[in-house]
Design a protein around this ligand. Structure first.
Ligand code: HEC
Length: 127
Protein backbone atom coordinates (compact mmCIF):
# COMPACT_ATOMS: atom_id res chain seq x y z
CA UNK A 1 0.00 0.00 0.00
CA UNK A 2 2.73 2.46 0.93
CA UNK A 3 4.86 1.42 -2.02
CA UNK A 4 1.96 1.95 -4.39
CA UNK A 5 1.59 5.61 -3.51
CA UNK A 6 5.28 6.23 -3.20
CA UNK A 7 6.32 4.67 -6.49
CA UNK A 8 4.87 7.29 -8.85
CA UNK A 9 6.68 10.03 -6.94
CA UNK A 10 9.91 8.11 -7.05
CA UNK A 11 9.54 7.57 -10.78
CA UNK A 12 8.65 11.20 -11.36
CA UNK A 13 11.63 12.25 -9.29
CA UNK A 14 13.97 10.08 -11.31
CA UNK A 15 12.62 11.42 -14.58
CA UNK A 16 13.01 15.01 -13.43
CA UNK A 17 16.48 14.35 -12.09
CA UNK A 18 17.47 12.59 -15.26
CA UNK A 19 16.11 15.35 -17.45
CA UNK A 20 17.64 18.22 -15.52
CA UNK A 21 21.14 17.24 -14.60
CA UNK A 22 22.71 16.59 -18.02
CA UNK A 23 21.15 19.78 -19.30
CA UNK A 24 22.78 21.78 -16.52
CA UNK A 25 26.23 20.46 -17.27
CA UNK A 26 25.87 21.08 -20.98
CA UNK A 27 24.88 24.69 -20.29
CA UNK A 28 28.01 25.14 -18.16
CA UNK A 29 30.20 23.63 -20.85
CA UNK A 30 28.59 25.82 -23.46
CA UNK A 31 29.39 29.05 -21.65
CA UNK A 32 32.97 28.03 -20.95
CA UNK A 33 33.37 27.21 -24.63
CA UNK A 34 31.98 30.51 -25.85
CA UNK A 35 34.51 32.35 -23.64
CA UNK A 36 37.33 30.48 -25.36
CA UNK A 37 35.94 31.32 -28.75
CA UNK A 38 35.76 35.00 -27.87
CA UNK A 39 39.39 35.28 -26.78
CA UNK A 40 40.43 33.25 -29.81
CA UNK A 41 38.45 35.52 -32.09
CA UNK A 42 39.95 38.58 -30.44
CA UNK A 43 43.47 37.32 -31.13
CA UNK A 44 42.50 36.63 -34.73
CA UNK A 45 41.07 40.12 -35.11
CA UNK A 46 44.22 41.69 -33.63
CA UNK A 47 46.36 39.42 -35.78
CA UNK A 48 44.42 40.43 -38.88
CA UNK A 49 45.14 44.14 -38.44
CA UNK A 50 48.83 43.51 -37.66
CA UNK A 51 49.00 41.27 -40.69
CA UNK A 52 47.33 43.76 -43.02
CA UNK A 53 49.58 46.62 -41.89
CA UNK A 54 52.91 44.75 -41.80
CA UNK A 55 52.88 41.43 -43.57
CA UNK A 56 50.30 41.51 -46.38
CA UNK A 57 52.67 43.39 -48.70
CA UNK A 58 54.67 40.22 -49.20
CA UNK A 59 52.42 37.45 -47.95
CA UNK A 60 49.19 38.33 -49.77
CA UNK A 61 50.76 37.97 -53.18
CA UNK A 62 53.40 35.43 -52.18
CA UNK A 63 56.34 37.73 -53.02
CA UNK A 64 59.61 35.76 -53.13
CA UNK A 65 57.82 32.60 -52.06
CA UNK A 66 56.24 34.06 -48.92
CA UNK A 67 53.52 31.61 -47.87
CA UNK A 68 50.01 33.02 -48.33
CA UNK A 69 47.47 33.04 -45.50
CA UNK A 70 45.14 30.10 -45.76
CA UNK A 71 47.48 28.13 -48.06
CA UNK A 72 46.97 24.90 -46.17
CA UNK A 73 49.61 22.88 -48.00
CA UNK A 74 52.34 25.49 -47.57
CA UNK A 75 51.59 26.03 -43.89
CA UNK A 76 51.19 22.44 -42.84
CA UNK A 77 54.58 21.70 -44.40
CA UNK A 78 56.18 24.57 -42.49
CA UNK A 79 54.42 23.80 -39.20
CA UNK A 80 55.46 20.15 -39.54
CA UNK A 81 59.10 21.20 -39.50
CA UNK A 82 59.15 22.69 -36.01
CA UNK A 83 55.65 23.52 -34.85
CA UNK A 84 53.91 26.84 -34.33
CA UNK A 85 56.50 28.02 -31.77
CA UNK A 86 59.24 27.60 -34.32
CA UNK A 87 57.56 29.57 -37.10
CA UNK A 88 56.64 32.33 -34.64
CA UNK A 89 60.27 32.48 -33.45
CA UNK A 90 61.54 32.63 -37.03
CA UNK A 91 59.11 35.45 -37.83
CA UNK A 92 60.33 37.41 -34.81
CA UNK A 93 64.03 36.89 -35.51
CA UNK A 94 63.82 36.83 -39.30
CA UNK A 95 65.59 34.28 -41.47
CA UNK A 96 66.96 33.60 -44.90
CA UNK A 97 64.92 30.72 -46.26
CA UNK A 98 64.98 28.56 -49.36
CA UNK A 99 62.36 30.71 -51.06
CA UNK A 100 63.53 34.11 -49.89
CA UNK A 101 64.17 36.52 -47.06
CA UNK A 102 61.73 36.88 -44.19
CA UNK A 103 62.72 40.13 -42.38
CA UNK A 104 62.69 40.16 -38.56
CA UNK A 105 59.15 41.09 -37.41
CA UNK A 106 58.29 41.74 -41.05
CA UNK A 107 60.60 44.76 -40.92
CA UNK A 108 58.71 46.53 -38.13
CA UNK A 109 60.86 46.38 -34.98
CA UNK A 110 58.19 48.19 -32.93
CA UNK A 111 55.93 45.13 -32.98
CA UNK A 112 55.66 43.07 -29.79
CA UNK A 113 56.37 39.33 -29.90
CA UNK A 114 52.74 38.76 -28.93
CA UNK A 115 51.58 40.79 -31.95
CA UNK A 116 53.72 38.69 -34.28
CA UNK A 117 52.25 35.59 -32.70
CA UNK A 118 48.71 36.86 -33.31
CA UNK A 119 49.57 37.70 -36.92
CA UNK A 120 51.01 34.22 -37.49
CA UNK A 121 47.90 32.71 -35.87
CA UNK A 122 45.82 34.71 -38.32
CA UNK A 123 47.94 33.64 -41.31
CA UNK A 124 47.81 29.97 -40.41
CA UNK A 125 44.11 29.89 -39.48
CA UNK A 126 41.99 27.22 -41.05
CA UNK A 127 39.77 28.56 -43.79
C1 HEC B 1 59.59 41.69 -47.30
C2 HEC B 1 58.60 40.66 -47.46
C3 HEC B 1 57.98 40.05 -46.20
C4 HEC B 1 57.30 40.71 -45.19
C5 HEC B 1 56.99 42.19 -45.06
C6 HEC B 1 56.89 39.67 -44.26
N1 HEC B 1 57.31 38.45 -44.69
FE1 HEC B 1 57.05 36.67 -43.72
N2 HEC B 1 58.09 35.70 -45.17
C7 HEC B 1 58.61 36.30 -46.33
C8 HEC B 1 59.22 35.27 -47.16
C9 HEC B 1 59.87 35.50 -48.51
C10 HEC B 1 59.06 34.06 -46.47
C11 HEC B 1 59.50 32.67 -46.94
C12 HEC B 1 60.95 32.46 -46.60
C13 HEC B 1 61.40 31.05 -46.89
O1 HEC B 1 60.95 30.14 -46.13
O2 HEC B 1 62.14 30.85 -47.82
C14 HEC B 1 58.35 34.36 -45.23
C15 HEC B 1 57.99 33.41 -44.28
C16 HEC B 1 57.20 33.66 -43.19
C17 HEC B 1 56.74 32.66 -42.26
C18 HEC B 1 57.03 31.17 -42.32
C19 HEC B 1 58.10 30.84 -41.33
C20 HEC B 1 58.53 29.39 -41.37
O3 HEC B 1 59.06 28.92 -40.35
O4 HEC B 1 58.35 28.72 -42.37
C21 HEC B 1 55.97 33.30 -41.34
C22 HEC B 1 55.23 32.66 -40.16
C23 HEC B 1 55.98 34.69 -41.66
N3 HEC B 1 56.73 34.88 -42.78
C24 HEC B 1 55.31 35.64 -40.93
C25 HEC B 1 55.33 37.01 -41.24
C26 HEC B 1 54.66 38.00 -40.43
C27 HEC B 1 53.86 37.71 -39.17
C28 HEC B 1 54.89 39.21 -41.03
C29 HEC B 1 54.41 40.57 -40.58
C30 HEC B 1 54.68 40.97 -39.20
C31 HEC B 1 55.71 38.95 -42.22
N4 HEC B 1 55.94 37.61 -42.31
C32 HEC B 1 56.14 39.92 -43.11
C33 HEC B 1 58.54 37.63 -46.65
C34 HEC B 1 57.98 38.64 -45.87
Amino acid sequence: MIMKTFLPFLTLGLILFGACSPENTSVKKESAKSKEVTSGELKLAKGKSIYEANCAGCHDSGVAGAPKPGDKAAWSERIAQGGMDMIVKKSIEGYDGKAGMMPAKGGNATLEDEEIKNAVTYMTRKL
